[in-house]
Design a protein around this ligand. Sequence first.
Ligand code: ZN
Length: 273
Amino acid sequence: MTQPVRSFAQFSAHEDAKTRLRSLARDLAIRALLLTKRPGRAAGGIRFPFWHHVFDDERADFERQLRWMKRHGDFIGFDQAVALLASGDKIDGRYFCLSFDDGFKNVLSNGAPILDAVGAKAMVYLATGYVGESDPAKLKGFYDHGQLLIEFMDWSDAKAWLAAGHEVGSHTRKHACLAALEAGGVRAELAASKADIEANLGIDCRHFCAPFGVAGTHFDRLRDPRLARDAGYESFATGHRGRMGQSGDPFFLLRDHLLAKAGDHQLRYFLGD
Ligand SMILES: [Zn+2]
């Protein structure tokens, strides 16, 4: 039987050398850029950092990142963030609105106690067709890491996550690349995943996150946010980086992807303006 992956070291050993070199090069480039970047005046706005996992060997770094954010702003939830954007009001404060894509179990087992310790809440976007899934053959369609098995939350985990004060949103049912689907297929993914969450958790599912997250490549910039709105969602999260300011579009949420190992210099670069 395949043993579940517990550490980032184990997980990233499967990255190819090219990927590792690229992230090293990017890290060096960021350090160089920070030398010349003027420390601008802190602008108000909302940042949406997101992660996929908190493996056992990522706990200390994840806590360091949350404490960095706590020193630089306030944590808010998605309902509050979306209401702020939709209000059109000027956003004076600096806010962090946190999320996790995919619904791995280590987000609950390792992430939740740390979020609790710093007083932050977070969203988990579930790909509902994989909730509780542990069959490596079926997981192959989800992530391409050979025989690696990462445990997914089951519905009782998702209930525990909600009971701790966190939020749950949709990440489609099959972790679908929306751009590859006709409008009818997108509508079906939007509706089915929302219905799964509402039936199993007894909540309103108001927030959606597009798998893979890049406009034009993984979803249709004009069509898919509109279909999400029609399906009853109140926000549409992407993988595009940036700060959301006054009148930012809740149906094109900019988010900053993070690995727990990203140092404070990277947080300053990605989240610090
Ligand atoms: Zn995903």
